[in-house]
Design a protein around this ligand. Structure first.
Ligand code: NAD
Length: 326
């Protein structure tokens, strides 16, 4: 088992990475939540039939009373209405301050369940069990939790670090290729911004099967990079913005496609290429071949490298970008 420890001033936690961890979720959670009696498991309609029957018995074997909250799969569930539904459900379940919420699923489940945990009873513990590649390398680590508003994605949220993150790489086997590739955009991003070894590994293993051969290395490397950035800048005011590579223009592409045509990963993919081209064009990116290598890698994973977008969409997305101030 690989462990990445995230050290923060107030709340530190472990990310555990191991095949078969789903069946040991209960015993691992018991170690970090010794006083909890109840666990509210939030999952979605796709993940529920795949993995709940393994996680719930494991939690019960460790002595927890459980309740399952199933949300419809998809971004639309990150809504204010769904948050209120979850708050009320947690109260009906009898959740107390020493109990905890478990997020079993992708980034949608993690963001919604995490925000519910951050706000119900002024904050209870939550445990992330991410089941998509994107959630494993990105959204389950770092404590950003949020829901969407009509004005845009992730506009109501906060920082609330999990108590524990449990990753079972075998859950990735049931992802469709598009969702797997979506996560690959973020994996490739880590290689670009901070780890040449990872980037070169991907260039030499340019397929889903190749990545899965060394998936624990890939997950550990990405989580460790995110750990380093989060530890240096927990609240995203400086260094953490490095993780935003490709996202400024990516948000414009997501917007241009009305959040339906392009997934987040696809938009970030084209956003990274556009940003790299700007960097080269402005003389800020001295390395030769950056755009070419990046394009080659993204295309190998079936990701788009050019997306058309109107000046209005660029302007609107840049106006909401986290790097904007004043
Ligand atoms: P998602 O949660 O919608 O999952 C994608 C699809 O995969 C869904 O249909 C889901 O039901 C399905 N799925 C999940 N696990 C599966 C499995 N093991 N097998 C088969 N199907 C499975 O989307 P996502 O890509 O995981 O996450 C996207 C969300 O994450 C967005 O809302 C985004 O804003 C958020 N996000 C948050 C952060 C953060 O720091 N909090 C960072 C990046 C993205």
């Amino acid at each position: 088992m690989d462990t990445v420890r995230v050290n923060l001033a107030e709340r530190s936690y472990d990310i555990l990475i191991d095949t078969g961890l789903l069946d040991r979720a209960g015993e691992e959670i018991r170690k970090v939540c010794p006083r909890a009696a109840r666990l509210a498991v939030v999952t979605d309609s796709n993940v529920m039939p795949l993995y709940a029957h393994r996680v719930i018995p494991s939690l019960e074997r460790a002595g927890f009373e459980t309740a399952l909250f199933e949300i419809p799969a998809g971004e639309k569930s990150k809504s204010p209405e769904r948050l209120v539904w979850l708050w009320e459900g947690l109260m009906d379940f009898g959740l107390t301050r020493t109990d905890a919420v478990v997020a079993l699923g992708g980034g949608v489940v993690g963001d919604l369940a995490g925000f519910a945990a951050a706000t119900v009873l002024r904050g209870v513990d939550y445990i992330q069990i991410p089941t998509t590649l994107l959630a494993q390398v990105d959204s389950s680590v770092g404590g950003k939790v949020a829901i969407d508003l009509a004005a845009g994605k992730n506009l109501a949220g906060c920082f609330w670090q999990p108590r524990l993150v449990l990753m079972d790489p075998a859950t990735l086997d049931t992802l469709d290729d598009k969702t797997f590739s979506d996560g690959m955009a973020e994996v490739i991003k880590y290689g670009c911004i901070a780890n040449k070894g990872l980037f070169n590994f991907l260039l030499s293993h340019p397929s889903r099967a190749g990545v899965m051969e060394r998936i624990e290395y890939v997950l550990t490397t990405c989580c460790d990079l995110k750990r380093e950035v989060v530890e240096a800048d927990e609240h995203d005011t400086g260094r953490r913005m490095l993780l935003n590579f490709g996202h400024t223009l990516g948000h414009a592409y997501e917007r241009a496609g009305h959040y339906e045509r392009w997934t987040h990963g696809q938009a970030v993919s084209a956003g990274m290429v556009a940003a790299a081209k700007l960097g080269v064009g402005m003389g800020l990116t001295p390395q030769r071949g950056v755009v070419e290598f990046l394009t080659q890698l993204l295309e190998a994973f079936g990701l788009p490298t050019v997306i058309r977008c109107s000046p209005e969409d660029y302007a609107a997305a840049i106006g909401l970008d986290k790097k904007g101030s004043g």
